[in-house]
Design a protein around this ligand. Structure first.
Ligand code: HEC
Ligand code: HEC
Length: 347
């Protein structure tokens, strides 16, 4: 892993217990004598989740974080929770082109999935957040999102006997502060993991788990169509920023922080493709309605300009190849969304 956080402890056992697959893949190679040129190998090992030394995992903290995540008391009028936009049954997104905040205004960008949040080294479409802890109060206090001042939230929680008890269980001091709220929500989100997909069963050795069409789609994905240049590894992202020739207008993405960079103008974070088929519409601005539309976009190559990534240029896919790629993308949908260990189910 390129982005292990300092001396942070890696709770590999926890990952394995929640995705039985990880263990299977780690302990037994797919073949006795693995063919190292097999492109499937690059997608096998799930990324280890790193709990920072400053905020280690505990069941009580994850359970408290889960409660906060699903609680509309975190918004001004008590109508929106984190899960209103990051809905487990919608691939931890909301199926809207833009997030819609409590007062009904559309946000500038689409709600991203949280399926990669646990291992992502940097968060936000333009990389504006450095950690999960660091995200927390931006949605809570933004008038266009949850619209609740920090001091009002803290007062609310301190006035609730159940929360007073749960914070006392989760933190030695029992303090209800900005930091303890951030730590509990971040710990819960680090437990969010994609469910096992047909693709996972296929790379673990079940040759019939996905169709021949989808298998050909995977060959295109890692070959001719160049998708895996960016959508790489078990999470299908390089966690980096690219202009894929889609963005237009004022939002220049990562370029905002690097105004002199040619390549970061219109660059946005490569999203994970886990559960992608149930997360329409697509892209940071929700501008592409369907997966067919996404494939057509890459086939055409998008807007030709100096910042466009070199891997993105017209592909010349046949209709049958496009159907193969689509079939492959559909194999990435996991089974039921997993939930925090030791916590009651959200549904
Ligand atoms: C109104 C919809 C909405 C609500 C409510 C909301 N979010 Fe989000 N969330 C978004 C949008 C839109 C973004 C993308 C923001 C950006 O990239 O600038 C986002 C981004 C994130 C990210 C970064 C994910 C990534 O991979 O880059 C995390 C983590 C996150 N939200 C957690 C939360 C938490 C925790 C809460 C509750 C305290 C919450 N969100 C409430 C819409 C929402
Ligand atoms: C140069 C890196 C790069 C390559 C090559 C690439 N992608 Fe992407 N992909 C991205 C980035 C960056 C985004 C987000 C762009 C945005 O939001 O504006 C994205 C978005 C997507 C999305 C939308 C996901 C979502 O949640 O919105 C899908 C689906 C997708 N790509 C599939 C593919 C396929 C299929 C290929 C090959 C034909 C491919 N990508 C090639 C970087 C890449």
């Amino acid at each position: 892993m390129r982005w292990t956080v300092g001396s942070a402890c890696v709770v590999a056992g926890l990952v394995a217990s929640m995705a039985g697959l990880t263990m299977a893949v780690r302990s037994e190679p797919a073949k006795a004598d693995p063919d190292l040129s097999d492109p499937r190998l690059a997608f096998q090992t799930a990324e280890a989740v790193v709990y920072p030394d400053t905020n280690p995992f505990t069941v009580e903290k994850a359970a408290l974080g889960r409660r906060l995540f699903f609680d509309p008391a975190l918004s001004g009028a008590g109508t929106l929770s984190c899960a209103s936009c990051h809905e487990p049954s919608r691939g931890w997104g909301d199926n809207r082109p833009r997030g819609i905040g409590e007062i009904g205004t559309a946000m500038k960008v689409r709600t991203p999935t949280l399926l990669h949040a646990a291992s992502a080294p940097i968060l936000g479409w333009d990389g504006k957040f450095s950690s999960l802890e660091n995200v927390t109060f931006t949605p809570i206090t933004s008038p266009a999102v949850m619209n609740l001042p920090e001091s009002v939230l803290i007062q609310r929680l301190r006035g609730d006997a159940d929360y007073v008890r749960d914070f006392a269980l989760a933190f030695p001091s029992g303090a209800i502060t900005r930091t303890s709220i951030e730590q509990a929500l971040a710990t819960y989100q680090r437990t969010i993991r994609p469910g096992q997909s047909a693709f996972d069963r296929w790379i673990a050795g079940d040759a019939r788990a996905i169709s021949l069409r989808a298998q050909n789609g995977f060959r295109l994905f890692t070959g001719k169509a160049r998708c895996a240049e960016c959508h790489s590894g078990a999470a299908f992202t390089d966690a980096s920023f690219h202009d894929i020739g889609i963005a237009q207008g004022e939002d220049i993405g990562r370029g905002r922080y690097f105004p002199s960079s040619r390549m970061l103008r219109y660059a946005f974070k490569t999203p994970t493709l886990r559960d992608v088929a149930i997360r329409a519409p697509y892209m940071h601005d929700g501008s592409v309605a369907t997966l067919e539309g996404v494939i057509d976009h890459y086939d055409r190559g998008g807007i030709d300009r100096p910042s466009r990534a070199v891997e993105v240029r017209a592909l010349g896919l046949t209709p049958s190849e496009k159907a193969d790629l689509l079939a492959f993308l559909k194999t990435l949908t996991g089974t039921t969304p997993p939930d925090a260990p030791g916590a009651p189910s959200p549904r």
